[in-house]
Design a protein around this ligand. Structure first.
Ligand SMILES: Cc1ncc(COP(=O)(O)O)c(C=O)c1O
Length: 432
């Protein structure tokens, strides 16, 4: 059902722009590494009576009435999350990866205390930085030593630094997350300094749940925070999973989620997360497998066409993500703009030792998870790499290449790896 639009300029403006956006994305190849498409069953639940309700606290301990069925659903969604991640604890209330991270910082450190996190140039998320949630908490940040050939933490040098500075908290996980974090390798040191071990799995949550990346809760992490909408293709939201060192650690997390950083969480999203988790239990391994195959095929095809793909020493990537150094092609900003003109959506990104700035960096970040979600496989990755080459190396007119992008995309219009396959992937506002 669709509602007729009223004769109101503001309403029409908003609806019409979303209409145009959706038509554009239907014709585009989307490679932002932090995005994905929700399944039809997940999308449907974003509009229910839960959309209009409040629930503060935990199931059975609410501050409002009317939560009988909310409590039943939330208890079940927590249980599904624990099953999916084989996690002793789960909190499904955070409304984003960032609010989950703020909750973690406020649980684990006090102002002035030292924490370790990756450097922004080495792929950290802004929430871990001085001007993000870490700084908001007043924490003192030190960054891991980075091995840019391996595109990973330098284990020996970091071990030394940890023993010397003995931080209260070590945060692993990044927004440019090509290879598993060396949790196992640093485990003894982390235990020796007795710090909180926090793994930000926002990007790789779906790969972890699909058993194809690493298993942080068994490798020494006390908690995982994450977004529920990246490689885990659910609604935009957050989650915290725990294998805490003691009861107090998990209690602190719970208290920082509510009342620390949220009032009511978003019930429509909480319920939709449950559907996405249930679908991932069923299809996640197959999906994660194909994402990684596609990312590796894409990286290889780009390398063969003359691009500088980072992480070559270890086969470019073991996740959904890839990073290119495009300084020879004009830099990340120009390349991302040219690709966008041809309906290929990517983002500019800092790379290790980048001489540029966040707005004018040398790199380009790509993700294969959304192309995989619509059914693409390794051979299609080579086709996409060729479209990149034509624009960024062959200097063909992006508007001409766009015609071929639209042609390729026309065969990939439905969602895979879900309970209702073959349903359209792109929706305007006609969802009820
Ligand atoms: C490593 C990492 N952590 C946290 C976040 C924040 O997640 P959200 O956008 O759900 O707030 C991101 C976002 O991309 C991320 O890359």
């Amino acid at each position: 059902m669709t509602l007729p639009l009223p004769d109101n300029e503001d309403v029409r403006f908003i609806y019409e722009n979303i209409d145009t956006h959706t038509d554009w994305f239907k014709d585009s190849l989307c490679m932002i590494a932090s995005e994905n498409l929700v399944s039809p069953l997940t999308r449907q639940l974003q509009v229910s009576d839960f959309t209009d309700r409040y629930a503060e606290g935990l199931p059975g301990k609410r501050y409002y009435n009317g939560n009988t069925y909310v409590d039943r659903v939330e208890t079940r969604v927590e249980e599904i999350a624990k099953r999916l991640f084989n996690a002793p604890e789960a909190d499904v209330r955070p409304i984003s990866g960032t609010t989950a991270n703020i909750s973690a910082f406020f649980s684990f450190i006090k102002p002035g205390e030292l924490y370790f996190a990756p450097h922004l140039n080495d792929g950290a998320h802004i929430s871990s930085a001085k001007f993000g949630a870490g700084g908001l908490r007043g924490g003192n940040e030190m960054t891991y030593v980075w091995d840019k050939d391996l595109m990973n933490i330098d284990i020996d040098a970091t071990r030394k630094l940890l023993l010397e500075h003995r931080p209260k908290l070590c945060l692993f996980g990044r927004s440019v997350f090509l290879f598993p974090a060396p949790l196992k390798e640093l485990r003894d040191t982390l235990q020796e300094i007795d710090c909180h071990v926090w793994y930000d799995g926002a990007h790789v949550l779906g790969l972890i749940a699909g058993k194809r990346f690493q298993d942080p809760l068994r490798e020494g992490a006390h908690i995982i925070t994450g977004s529920t909408h990246k490689t885990l293709p659910g609604p935009q939201g957050g989650v915290i999973l725990g294998n805490p060192k003691d009861e107090d650690q998990w209690k602190a997390i719970r208290r920082r989620v509510f009342p620390g950083t949220h009032s009511s969480h978003h019930l429509m999203t909480m319920s939709a997360k449950g559907i996405a988790f249930a679908e991932h239990i069923e299809f996640g391994e197959q999906y994660a497998d194909q994402i990684i195959r596609n990312a590796q095929a894409f990286a290889q095809a780009l390398h063969e066409r003359g691009f500088t793909v980072l992480g070559e020493k270890h086969g470019f990537t073991k996740s959904h993500a890839m990073v290119l150094d495009v300084s020879e092609q004009g830099g990340g900003a120009i390349c991302a703009d040219d690709l966008e003109t041809a309906n290929m959506i990517t983002n500019k990104n800092l790379i290790p030792d980048d001489p540029g700035t966040a707005m004018r960096p040398s790199g380009l970040r790509l993700g294969a998870q959304e192309l995989t979600r619509i059914g693409m496989r390794e051979s299609h990755m080579a086709e996409v790499a060729e479209l990149f080459r034509r624009i960024l190396i062959g200097r063909e007119d992006p508007l001409k290449v766009k015609e071929d992008v639209i042609k390729l995309k026309s065969d990939f219009q439905s969602i895979h790896y879900c309970f209702t396959p073959d349903q359209p992937a792109y929706h305007k506002w006609r969802i009820i």
